[in-house]
Design a protein around this ligand. Sequence first.
Ligand code: RIB
Ligand code: CA
Length: 309
Amino acid sequence: MRPALIDTDPGIDDALALLLAWSSPEIQVEAITTVAGNVPLDVATTNVLRLLALRRPTPRPVVAPGAASPLARALTTATRYHGEDGLGDLPDWPSVEPAPASPDAVSVIVDAARRHGRELTLVALGPLTNLALALKEDAAAVRRIGRVVAMGGAVDVPGNVTPTAEFNMHVDPEAAHRVLAAGLPLELVPLDATRQAVLPRAGMRVALARSPGTLAVRIQAFSERAFRIAHGDGSQGMALHDPLAVAVAVDPSLAKWEAMRLAIGPDGETLRASGAPNCRVAKGVESDRFLRLFLDRLCPATSRRSASS
Ligand code: RIB
Ligand code: CA
């Protein structure tokens, strides 16, 4: 069980990714850092607390808020897709206790890097602002992290926020540039891969029906908005961007990787560049095996007990 830290901007797919991570015995999520992206920072942090109250993973991870805005530009959110509250705008989320006082995200990232070094897997599911700030704080420590898996980019496929840029990179291109230039063991999971990880609404329904209970009901409810928009846009289902990043952090063999040198364009484009590789990029995905792993773990049978409790 390797120590892991997840940096996230929940977000419906981030929420599904966190639920997958909490049901994956290969990693222990000791900290969750939040970043402004899909939604403003405070909304992202509240959503992590909502999900912790819903799923109750043990041990409970530290929750550390991070950057409220990108390094050098105004925040662009994605509330059209995720809802104003980032989790489908459901009317009935129970209120959450404020996060216990914790150091800020950068301190938590740097501390985990110093303590765990090569043992640590850092999974970034939002804009790379916090990681870039952690590099500024202590680049030597952050470079000792064993694996940095980041969902982001669109290399040989169109973008999803402009014709050429993917959302996470578009929100904070300056941060993405610094992360790519830092000499990290960076594993990028771009739209090239995540668009191969599409879950139809019916697939989610069948899987959740195997584990009836409070968790399944809530997952179905907050995912519905994403399915409605995806199917409305003519897609076969929801592209599981962030869950795929967690899955390849757990099992890298789910993807075919290509060593690449990437540069970041002014709008957050991820451009192939000449020179020594600065990351490896997931290009192929074993989609069926990924979807089985995701659905088997999303809503574990233990959640049935919560139905009766
Ligand atoms: O482009 C997809 C990415 O942007 C995902 O991480 C999604 O949550 C949004 O943050
Ligand atoms: Ca995200």
